[in-house]
Design a protein around this ligand. Structure first.
Ligand code: ZN
Length: 139
């Protein structure tokens, strides 16, 4: 009877992560706070949840820095570099990215939960591996 997961229903918003994915990202941050590393158990869970996206995100997180912009009023913006070194801006903890993978695999085909850019930003944010940029760009 209960074999279908509720998440199989048409979600009202494609951009919101599933409860599980969110919980795993929260756990990622908590584990880094507590132990400064990711447990094997969590790594496996993340891989099971995000699949290849997680693998790509780990590579991305290790090779491309996360830049955190912080305005004087405390608003934040994340910047990551794509493979061809284009800058991608991401609202912190908001699962959305302007890349092609997000457009097709997440929004159109619904075969991935997110893209490597968003996930790598979450990973590096949790690991506190980001460069803080406090200067606010003037128009
Ligand atoms: Zn992306």
């Amino acid at each position: 009877m209960d074999e279908l997961e509720p998440s199989q229903n048409k979600a009202p918003s494609h951009c919101s992560l599933s409860q599980l994915a969110k919980a795993l990202i929260d756990r990622l941050q908590q584990e880094y706070l507590d132990t400064n590393e990711i447990s094997l158990d969590l790594l496996v869970s993340l891989y099971q949840c995000f699949g290849n996206t997680f693998e790509r995100a780990l590579k991305q997180a290790d090779s491309k820095p996360l830049i955190l912009f912080k305005s004087t009023s405390g608003q934040q913006l994340w910047k990551v570099q794509s493979s061809d070194d284009t800058s991608i801006y991401i609202l912190p903890h908001v699962n959305f990215c302007k890349c092609e993978a997000f457009k097709y695999q997440v929004l159109k085909q619904n075969v991935a939960l997110t893209c490597k850019h968003y996930l790598s930003a979450e990973i590096n944010y949790a690991r506190k591996m980001f460069k803080l940029n406090k200067s606010v760009t003037r128009q």
